[in-house]
Design a protein around this ligand. Structure first.
Ligand SMILES: CC(C)(COP(=O)(O)OP(=O)(O)OC[C@H]1O[C@@H](n2cnc3c(N)ncnc32)[C@H](O)[C@@H]1OP(=O)(O)O)[C@@H](O)C(=O)NCCC(=O)NCCS
Length: 171
């Protein structure tokens, strides 16, 4: 399988915030944003692998900014690293100013997807070849995040998480 670049999986979804999608403060309900991010990330994982993909874990979500009712929200997802059968997908969320159109980063998240065959068995995916400095930075950190996720899920022994442990080593 030939390696693919993040731009080959990049998925951009733009939509408005409607009243039924808000919390009592009239801001976008967190679960609604999680669903929008999951949808965009799932398409990105499918574009990279050209397989059925399932969400294996949500590794990180930061709700840094409230997203008010009526906002135009853009969810941008791309595969940030591919392993054997799993892919890390990085999601950036932007809102745009009503008058100037200027975009502001509102939130970000990192999901892990696994490519599966018709019976649900994990199946191999192409490698990822990062191109830009940001893509390379996200690619480099992805292995540590995978190890942390596996340790928290009790699927890896902390002693085996060598790249993760290296983060905490003092020189
Ligand atoms: C995700 C799923 C396919 C993994 O199955 P599994 O039996 O654990 O398979 P494996 O142990 O072979 O793991 C497959 C890959 O997933 C990765 N993985 C599994 N759990 C993970 C986790 N919590 N965090 C990060 N990666 C994980 C493994 O590291 C492996 O990656 P690699 O092949 O790239 O090294 C399986 O748990 C599943 O089908 N879950 C339900 C998915 C779903 O329905 N999602 C929607 C929720 S409503």
């Amino acid at each position: 399988m030939n390696p693919k670049t993040p731009s080959e999986s990049r998925t951009i979804m733009t939509d408005m915030v409607l009243p039924s999608e808000t919390n009592p403060l009239n801001n976008l309900f967190g679960g609604e944003l999680l669903a929008r991010m999951d949808r965009a990330a799932s398409i990105a994982a499918r574009r990279h692998s050209r397989r059925i993909t399932v969400t294996a874990s949500v590794n990180h979500v930061a709700f840094n900014r409230a997203v008010p009712l009526g906002s135009v929200v853009t969810v941008e997802a791309a595969v940030s690293r591919a392993f054997n059968t799993s892919m890390e997908v990085f999601i950036d969320v932007w809102i745009e100013d009503r008058y100037t159109g200027e975009r502001t980063k509102a939130n970000e998240a990192i999901y892990t997807f696994v490519a599966v065959d018709d019976t649900g068995k994990p199946t191999e995916v192409p490698a990822l070849q990062p191109e830009t400095p940001l893509e390379k930075e996200r690619f480099d950190a992805a292995l540590r995040r995978k190890q942390l996720s596996l340790v928290l899920a009790k699927k890896m022994k902390p002693s085996d998480a060598t790249e993760l442990k290296a983060l905490f080593k003092e020189d």
